[in-house]
Design a protein around this ligand. Structure first.
Ligand code: PLP
Length: 467
């Protein structure tokens, strides 16, 4: 009898919960309709879709109500973020703006366009790509042959070959053990798997613009919300720490750093890094430090591994230092618990990095990139000198492989400039590919021989001086 009653009650409660869920969906639908109406008005008035102040007001009310009702404000905040992101998406569709990508033009889309033009017979100077033009270390050829001969071409532990992880741990130093290393498919997958491991939908990630566009794509893909702290050429691309502090909310989960920086060439001074880590510590935030250009630092650069922050994930790669982009070997350094989560993502997506490629990377572990670094530095100096003679405004790169000057003359739109230059046989990356408010910039890569760099810069000069 008691059992029957319980079953009856359960079934009643299930009906009720279903109805409440349907009510919620109905309310969400109403919210979307309102959002679309707001979008139409914003479009007519030419007002920006995102309004931080209005968002903060709604967030405040939701937090207050959550406290009153006894709901976890972090949970209701995540729900709110999901609804806010959907509103933005709907309004972008309505105003026919591209979703989430800040610009339809990035260094990659210019590269595809340039390749298309090349296939139709046009000669192109590639100043848009971030891929070394010099060969990888010789020893990897032997390692690849050996790996074939010794039948070392199987699945491996998702975290990578223990030998390679040990070698990376030793190279990184700072007391890192192989448990704190994961070998990933490029630095790219280390960052992606880190974000998928630690971010819940609706949570926020702070990245510093201008930035490699993949960070935004990773966060969007994970259902998170990217918040960008904009830096300026006037401030030498140094982030404003107070502004950063003001951006941190109870929904913030991660801060992403990338020094030496793509695209600006900035290497942030230690005192700022220390302040950012202290903010992360005070707020319990993870830090992802993308250090794929760390070998190309022309002033003192201290890896985040040195700071021993237990919520940091440091990412590096064989791609740039060893010119091994196509081998797809990178790595992440973090506490074992984080590494295990990242390994799960890698196991689901890829099983492991291809074993022969891991042997190739192992053979290159002690490779000295000094020659490559010197070559890139010389080319960056050449580009800087030429740009300076043309009165461009930029910071002389302190690291990485790029110069990021502000446009001058009459062409003040990067996409127009990119189109014109492509027609003249020169490909550069548009500034807005690294953040929507950088339309007045372009990125010039030093991954070409000096002769081609000089020729490309002459074409840039001819366009700039004409106007
Ligand atoms: N991070 C930055 C800033 C980059 O510019 C790149 C590639 O261009 C990567 C990460 C990824 O490098 P990979 O996946 O080849 O290691």
């Amino acid at each position: 009898m008691v059992k029957e009653k319980r079953h009856e009650e359960l079934s009643k409660l299930r009906d009720e919960i279903r109805n409440v869920t349907l009510d919620i969906i109905d309310k969400v639908h109403k919210r979307m309709e309102l959002s679309e109406r707001i979008g139409t008005i914003k479009g007519n008035l030419n007002i920006e879709i995102e309004d931080e102040k209005v968002e903060q007001e709604v967030r405040g009310s939701v937090t207050e109500l959550s406290h009153k009702l006894g709901i976890d404000p972090a949970f209701s905040g995540r729900l709110l973020n999901i609804m806010l992101m959907e509103s933005i998406r709907l309004q972008q569709i309505q105003q026919k703006k591209p979703e989430s990508t800040p610009s339809e033009y990035t260094h990659l889309s210019v590269f595809s366009k340039a390749k298309e033009l090349e296939s139709s017979g046009k000669k192109i100077i590639h100043l848009e790509v971030g891929e070394p033009d010099y060969p990888p270390p010789r020893m990897i050829k032997k390692a690849l042959i050996e790996s074939y001969n010794k039948k070392l071409y199987h699945y491996t532990d998702s975290r990578g070959l223990p030998k390679l992880r040990q070698a990376i741990a030793k190279k990184v130093g700072n007391g890192i053990t192989h448990d704190e290393v994961i070998v990933t498919s490029g630095g790219r997958f280390a960052i992606f798997s880190a974000i998928l491991s630690i971010l819940k939908p609706g949570e926020e990630v702070i990245s510093i613009d201008p930035a490699w566009p993949a960070y935004r794509e990773f966060v969007d893909f994970a259902g998170g919300k990217i918040k960008t702290l904009e830096t300026t050429l006037e401030e030498k691309w140094t982030p404003d720490i107070r502004q950063l502090e003001a951006m941190i909310s109870e929904h913030t989960k991660v801060i992403i750093l990338n020094y030496p920086n793509n695209p600006t060439g900035k290497v942030l001074d230690e005192k700022y890094i220390t302040k950012i880590i202290s903010l992360a510590k005070d707020n319990g935030l993870y830090m992802i430090s993308d250090e794929v250009y760390s070998d190309y630092a022309f002033k003192r650069f201290t890896s985040l591994t040195h700071y021993k922050y237990d919520k940091s994930i440091v990412v590096s790669s064989f791609s740039k230092s060893c010119a091994m982009t196509g081998f797809r070997v990178g790595y992440g350094i973090a506490k074992k618990e984080i590494i295990d989560k990242m390994a799960r993502v890698q196991a689901i997506a890829l099983t492991s990095v291809a074993e022969p490629m891991q042997h190739a990377a192992l053979s290159a572990i002690d490779y000295n990139p000094a020659g490559n670094v010197k070559l890139i530095k010389e080319r960056l100096d050449l580009i800087s000198e030429k740009l300076c003679n043309m009165s461009f405004d930029f910071i002389t790169p302190e690291g990485a492989m790029y110069v990021y000057p502000r446009l001058r003359g009459l062409i003040q739109n990067d996409v127009i400039l990119v189109e014109k230059l492509l027609n003249l046989g020169v490909a550069v990356a548009p500034g807005s590919g690294f953040g929507e408010n950088y339309k007045q910039f372009m990125r010039i890569s030093a991954c070409q021989p000096k002769k081609l760099l000089e020729r490309g810069l002459e074409v840039i000069k001819s366009i700039m001086l004409k106007h």
